[in-house]
Design a binder for this molecule. Structure first.
Ligand code: NAD
Length: 503
């Protein structure tokens, strides 16, 4: 299908693009450069040749200094000893400061990630909500008592903070993913060292500066920047880090998990996905099409929970594809700083080539391009929303996480086939089911192996429900009440009581 995609060419004279942005790491409450003095320049993926941030190129020595600061703050600082209420008060101030600085934070992410600024504003607002929610729970984290162990015994289960937590985050949602981890870790009384992606470190550094402004004690939240193997891997290796939590690719997740395993260290992994969107014949096709288009093409498909596999009943497949395509054609791709853009750029040129390579492989394997399949604009890393039909389960476009705006569509005849296709993946991060019969939808969702699911919806997030992956999409759960368990040690205390009331 030939579609004229809407594209806004990036403006090169936008003052926000031309502003000089240099960042420091934050270690023990102080803003510091890398010990080597070296920096990494981030080039905007939408504005070739324009540097939109310079971050310190940290080394092992910088990471060790940050770990030492977090260790000191945990072992000797006030944070783990504060009441939950005192911690919550500071965390709420962080939330307020995020809200007060949405425009600055969103601009940084639009420039570094290449995402549309309107989308970024929404994510910053949601990040503040996450801090507020975690603050509320930080005030009331509880243990257990056991009163049924005999007349002279009482049991306590104490919830204690896990210690120093090393957090490694990916480039696609730096502030949002940081805000899904940090408030739960520090809310539980832990201290943190975080390493954001080398491509998109600006907003995490600003978050830590805002937390310092909010009154977070020195050393509770430290940021080291640089490349993963130089400053991230050490979190899994170092004995002074009690837990490492990694969000990113399966490839690096395996490395972190293996090292943490060797060191018998707590580990949380939030990895990739290849989310199915299963549409039964009785679904509301207009509602489904809107969310399927959003689920596949939001942020140019660079979303771990992207619904990148459409599995639709054969009787409604043609009608649904037409609707999805019509909506995809209305997506406005282009200048991340323009309020009218709905989708920005891919993260960098190498990723654009990777996405193009997958599309070429899909064609070579015999799938048909229904629409899209082209680079948009000139010079930047923009790709058109792309839909494949005739996809077979063994093709790379069906099995691998493309992390681009590419939707692979399948048709099914009966529910068993739909569920088999949905589960035919090593991933298990997310899934959607569309049906106007709630029993059909619930029975299907119960049989799909995924940690984050939607019925007649896609992508909605809330702080109160846990997130995380089945199968090779990860280990552990974040958010909600369960999220605090990740960062807590449970200690049991058997108390033997004297029979001192006996006459
Ligand atoms: P990536 O794995 O390349 O990098 C993630 C982070 O790990 C970066 O900070 C990077 O510098 C660091 N890193 C790289 N090598 C390392 C090493 N040897 N030791 C320690 N750290 C290292 O992933 P990415 O390209 O930044 O992000 C895309 C991936 O993230 C996709 O697979 C996506 O599905 C996944 N993701 C998952 C979730 C989730 O919640 N499950 C959320 C967002 C993204």
């Amino acid at each position: 299908m030939t579609v004229q995609y809407r594209f806004i060419a990036p403006r090169l004279d936008d003052p926000r693009l031309l502003q000089d942005r240099r960042y420091s790491m934050l270690i023990d409450g102080r803003s510091v450069p890398a010990q080597s003095g070296e920096t990494i320049n981030r080039e905007s993926p939408a504005h070739p040749g324009h540097i939109v941030g310079a971050i310190p190129k940290g080394s092992r020595a910088d990471a060790e200094a940050a770990i030492a600061a977090a260790r000191k703050a945990f072992d000797h600082g006030p944070w783990p000893k504060m009441t939950g209420g005192e911690r919550a008060r500071i965390m709420r101030r962080v939330a307020d400061l995020i809200e007060a600085n949405i425009e600055e934070l969103a601009t940084i992410e639009a420039l570094e990630v290449g995402k549309a600024i309107n989308q970024a504003r929404g994510e910053m607002g949601f990040s503040a909500t996450l801090w507020h929610y975690a603050a509320g729970h930080a005030q009331g984290l509880e243990g257990e008592t056991h009163n049924d162990m005999g007349a002279n015994t009482l049991g306590l289960v104490l919830r204690e903070p896990a210690g120093v937590v090393g957090i490694i985050t990916p480039w696609n949602f730096p502030l949002l993913i940081g805000s899904e981890r940090i408030p739960w870790a520090i809310g539980a009384g832990c201290t943190v060292v975080i390493k954001p992606s080398e491509f998109t470190s600006g907003s995490t550094i600003r978050l830590a500066e805002l937390a310092r402004e909010a009154g977070l004690p020195d050393g509770v939240l430290n940021v080291v920047t640089g490349y993963g193997a130089d400053v991230g891997q050490i979190f899994a290796e170092h004995p002074d880090v009690d837990m490492v939590t990694f969000t990113g690719s399966q490839r690096v997740g395996r490395i972190i998990g293996a090292i943490a395993g060797q060191n018998i260290k707590r580990v949380g992994l939030e990895l990739g996905g290849k989310g199915p969107q299963v549409v039964f014949a009785d679904a509301d096709l207009d509602a489904a099409a809107a969310k399927i288009s959003g689920g596949a093409f939001h942020c140019s498909g660079q979303v771990c929970i992207a619904g990148s596999r459409l599995i639709v009943h054969e009787s409604v497949a043609d009608k649904l594809l037409e609707k999805v395509e019509a909506l995809a054609a209305r997506i406005v791709t282009g200048d991340p700083l323009d309020d009218s853009s709905t989708v920005g750029a891919l993260i960098h040129k190498a990723h654009l080539e990777k996405v193009s390579g997958y599309v070429a492989a899909g064609k070579a394997d015999g799938a048909q391009i229904y629409s899209g399949g082209t680079i948009l604009g000139e010079g930047g890393a923009f790709y058109a929303p792309t839909i494949f039909t005739g996809v077979k389960p063994d093709m790379s476009i069906a099995r691998e996480e493309i992390f681009g705006p590419v939707l692979a569509s399948f048709r099914f005849k009966d529910p068993e086939e739909a569920i088999r296709l949905a589960n035919d993946t090593p991933f298990g991060l997310s899934a959607c089911v569309w049906s106007s019969n709630l029993s059909t939808a619930l029975q299907a969702i119960r049989r799909i192996k995924a940690g984050r699911t939607w019925i007649n919806g896609m992508g909605d997030g809330t702080p109160q429900m846990p997130i995380g992956g089945y199968k090779q999409s990860g280990i552990g759960r974040e958010l909600g009440r369960h999220g605090f368990d990740e960062y807590s040690e449970l200690k049991n205390v058997h108390i033997t009581l004297a029979d001192s009331l006996a006459q």
